[in-house]
Design a protein around this ligand. Sequence first.
Ligand SMILES: Nc1ncnc2c1ncn2[C@@H]1O[C@H](COP(=O)(O)OP(=O)(O)OP(=O)(O)O)[C@@H](O)[C@H]1O
Length: 459
Amino acid sequence: MTDLTTLLEVGGPVAALGGGAAYTRAHHPGVYWSTVGLPLSTARLLSSYGSVMEACGLTVAPSRLRALAVQATTRREVRPVPPRRGLIRPTSTGLRLCLRLAPGQEPADIAASAERLRHAWGVHAVYVTTVRPGVVELRLVGFDVLRKVRMPRKTTADFLKIPVALREDSTPFVRDYRTVPHGLTLGATLSGKSMYLRHLVTGLARQPVALVGIDCKRGVELAPFAARLSALATDPDQAAELLPVLIQEMEDRYDLIKSRQGIAPSTPDEEITSDIWGLPERERPVPVVLLVDEVAELFLVATKKEEERRDEMVTQLIRLAQLGRAAGIYLEVCGQRFGAELGKGATMLRAQLTGRVCHRVNDEASSKMALGDIAPEAVSAACAIAPELPGLAVAGDTSGGWSRIRTPYLSLADAAETCRASAHLVPDLPALKPFRHDVPVPPPVESKAPAVRSRPVTD
Ligand SMILES: Nc1ncnc2c1ncn2[C@@H]1O[C@H](COP(=O)(O)OP(=O)(O)OP(=O)(O)O)[C@@H](O)[C@H]1O
């Protein structure tokens, strides 16, 4: 006899059936096929809502007033009360509905029953998020959206907010530099790090942002985007020249902020709490995003002289990570591993990189480097990523939250073309000119979609 529990196991046959099970609203209004082959319709959810909630232990005893009213008006038995349900809204991947928690319930109670709800309604997954105190949103996803990633149609990039991937609950994963200034992306070879970086570069390329690259793999990953990069270093020697220029740029920006605030130039940088976003728009320097691909190459040394250079570069990176945010300088560091074995300062630099994305890794130690200080469950989730799904990753932040994400496919040719087409947006930063690669670029064409403009910031 078939073991039904095994059939419904997440990541087992269910996940395998997930691809291609998508049903769109146009095909069948309000009906979505789950991966176990049962149609989940609004009507079915409506009719089974009360009994499913009761069976999953999500009901509470009715208030005395309600019990009296029921007894007085009907002869029915007084039933326990489920959380009050809001409107059921269909999405391209399933259904959404809000629940008002019954007195005595907390979001964790609903989240703890998510697996039971998933089976009761026969859907691929149920996600619970808190909307506001007392209200949670249930997101029922009918199939494995990470098998064949399609970003939601309404997803658009905002200034310094780049939707790079899709979360498993079918919401976009947005790399937001204003909220999480520095990020670390780890993954074994062929795990999809470059694809992640490709999406970041193409997203930022259309915005008034300076992109600076350090790619010590001789530039094989970032050189195709050279037309849009303000500076590119392709070996540790060039990186050693580029980093002091960025430090100088950061210090100049601090001086600019100080001069606007009327603070004496001798005030130590660390004591200035404001940032470039407080400057008037016409005086505000453009943000700089420093992309470092294969960070271990910067740390590797063979001779004593190289060791000194390495220590200097690590210190400079740590300074950029510590002070860069206020000056509008953000770090995006990628690598296969990032542990103490890389040398002095490695763990200190890692601690400064708040945003964490961990692709498939070869051992648990590597995923611990990325996610160990975020959540132990995230480490196990990263270790379970299969090689057949490149681009799949676990993304976390230091608030302890994490989710599985996957980038959509984007060819290198398309990404390079986007960079060439937006080459005219390279900001004027004279200090970085010596590091700019000469790439013949076509004249700017009138784009229908205007580039995202920097907006005055009010927060
Ligand atoms: N989201 C994705 N969907 C489909 N294919 C992907 C995805 N991400 C990556 N790939 C494919 O997987 C392969 C490896 O991806 P990628 O080059 O990004 O890995 P990497 O981690 O940068 O590897 P390396 O460190 O060796 O450069 C490529 O052929 C790429 O096209």
